[in-house]
Design a protein around this ligand. Structure first.
Ligand code: GRF
Length: 209
């Protein structure tokens, strides 16, 4: 164990799909825009997640936990927690992770799990508000503005403190897909910035692995 001025904050990344936010974080680290972090491990609940392949190509440790092999959500999250601890993750970064986080993980990393959501929370958040459904609802309601939010993960889905947001106009001819793409570009800028600030503000003074 050592202080943060000697070691970087180790990120445990959880993802389920293409992993473009994970890639944006990894690129920010490589380019020196996220100097206080390093990726400890990438964990996925889908063996075929593209994000896993990208991590493997970068030489980052990866692990897969498939839901079907566990008898409960708690058992699943205990296994995930054990892997994160074994790889000495300091904070957990959800990057397109499609599972709800339960007690073992929340209790092992209190106030240290963050997520990115493609809306201006608290609007268009909560259980079931995932992926394209968010943008479909925004377009259907003729909102003038949407965006993305980085927030703390708690036992209330999408309900934790918002750490940062980017706003994006909804254009008259936007489809859910065009809006999603424009917001995703903002996500890739916002997430590394907020992670950097979060580490400096909340983690840097604590003892890291
Ligand atoms: C992003 O839109 C993010 O806001 C949401 O899931 C999507 C993940 O995309 N939580 P990617 O896998 O990072 O490309």
């Amino acid at each position: 164990m050592s202080q943060v001025h000697q070691s970087k904050c180790r990120l445990g990344i959880l993802l389920s799909g293409r992993g473009s936010n994970f890639t944006a974080i990894q690129t920010a680290i490589e380019q020196g825009r996220l100097p206080n972090a390093e990726i400890a491990i990438v964990i996925s609940n889908h063996a075929d997640a593209v994000g896993l392949t990208i991590a493997q190509e970068k030489g980052i440790p990866t692990t897969v936990f498939e839901k079907s092999r566990f008898e409960s959500r708690v058992a699943f999250d205990q296994a995930v927690t054990d892997a994160l601890k074994a790889h000495r993750a300091d904070i957990i970064v959800l990057a397109g992770y499609d599972r709800i986080i339960s007690a073992p993980l929340l209790e092992a990393y209190p106030g240290r799990i963050i997520n990115i959501h493609p809306s201006l929370l608290p609007a268009y958040g909560g259980k079931g508000m995932l992926g394209i459904k968010v943008h479909q609802a925004v377009v259907a309601n003729r909102e003038l503005e949407s965006g993305c939010s980085v927030h703390l993960v708690t036992n209330i889905v999408d309900g934790g403190t918002v750490l940062g947001q980017s706003r994006v106009p909804v254009l008259e001819n936007d489809t859910p897909e065009t809006l999603a793409a424009r917001i995703l570009e903002q996500e890739h800028q916002l997430y590394p910035q907020v992670i950097r600030e979060f580490i400096d503000t909340h983690i840097a003074h604590t003892v890291l692995n």
